[in-house]
Design a protein around this ligand. Structure first.
Ligand code: SF4
Length: 318
């Protein structure tokens, strides 16, 4: 586990940075395999940070463990490279104590949908205002090709050499099934314009914005998205005037479904697809309460904290 601070803060005063360019948000060279979809997600995220001119000292990236969880090392902001499956409780604590910060969470499919599942479910329910990226490559990449909850049935891995024998978990329908889910979208690393527009919409949403990014892993799952990458006709875009606005994709991606993201049942229905890739905004409800807005964080001094702890200890004295 490690905590990082923006390198801007080491030696430069606030006045030196009236404006941030995209590259100002890059902390160091990212070390992923050549062709890894994580690069595209990082680029789209940096574009968003520059577009919104987010202050590095007021921005936090929290991750768990996995290839994509190296994100906080590469973004020039505060960062918390946490514990496997525990990115969301860490982010929840950050947001609850510092609600004015912009909080981003980056998880992989093994991280979020296996060991972190209980935290994922309850974080959806808490609906705290944060942008959550699930980089889903259908495999545990960092630990060299183990079956994850989203690995396709029949896919051979080091832990299931005869092929995964369970149907994969669908992170979209799982999220949409939790009460208080407020923003659920899916995009793909091979369509940068759509990914950027999706992150923009997620950031603008007040609440828990869950974005599943279909992420290519040329090392261990090189073919799982090949049909969609090579043939745009194998991608379907959910479109609506209230949905994801990604101009310029009309000519290439002709398969379109008009879906109003206010329609939860429709979103659940369209999230069920199995044999093709469906991208867009499945559901958005900006009216649901955010947990941090329902809680009053009372600041207390260190002496008051000690007094309260001693009072509690006294209750159990024998
Ligand atoms: Fe990316 Fe896969 Fe390499 Fe990990 S193993 S860095 S997910 S290509």
């Amino acid at each position: 586990m490690s905590v990082s601070m923006p390198s801007f803060l080491n030696c430069i005063s606030d006045d030196d940075f009236a404006h941030y360019e995209v590259d100002d948000y890059q902390k160091c060279v990212a070390k992923w395999c050549s062709g890894c979809g994580d690069f595209g997600a990082l680029n789209a995220t940096k574009r968003l940070l520059a577009k919104e001119q987010l202050q590095p000292e007021n921005t936090v990236f929290v991750s768990g463990i996995g290839c994509s969880s190296r994100f906080p090392h590469y973004v020039n902001s505060y960062g918390f490279h946490g514990i496997h499956g525990r990115a969301l409780p860490i982010a929840t604590g950050v947001k609850l104590t510092r609600p004015e910060l912009d909080v981003f969470v980056v998880m992989g499919d093994g991280d979020c949908c296996s060991i972190g599942t209980a935290h994922w479910i309850h974080a959806i329910r808490y609906n705290m205002d944060m942008t959550v990226l699930l980089l889903d490559n259908n495999i545990y990449g960092l630990t060299k090709k183990q079956t994850s909850p989203t690995t396709p049935i029949g896919f051979s891995t080091n832990t299931m050499p005869r092929g995964s024998y369970l149907p994969p978990l669908n992170p979209l329908t799982a999220t949409l099934g939790v009460s208080n889910a407020s923003f659920v979208a899916q995009t793909a690393d091979w369509i940068p314009a759509h990914m950027y527009a999706t992150l923009q919409a997620a950031y603008e949403h007040k609440g828990f914005s869950f974005v599943r990014i279909l992420q290519r892993c040329p090392k261990f799952t090189p073919d799982v998205f090949t049909d969609a990458v090579k043939n745009p006709d194998n991608n379907e875009l959910l479109v609506h005037e209230n949905g994801i606005d990604a101009p310029g994709l009309e000519k290439l991606f002709k398969n379109r479904i008009i879906h109003d993201p206010k329609d939860l049942d429709g979103g659940r229905h369209y999230a069920e697809v199995e044999n093709r890739v469906r991208l867009g905004l499945f559901y958005r409800n900006g009216e649901l309460p955010c947990y941090e807005d329902t809680r009053e964080v009372v600041s207390v001094t260190a002496a008051e904290k000690i007094q309260k702890i001693n009072t509690e200890f006294d209750r159990y004295a024998v």
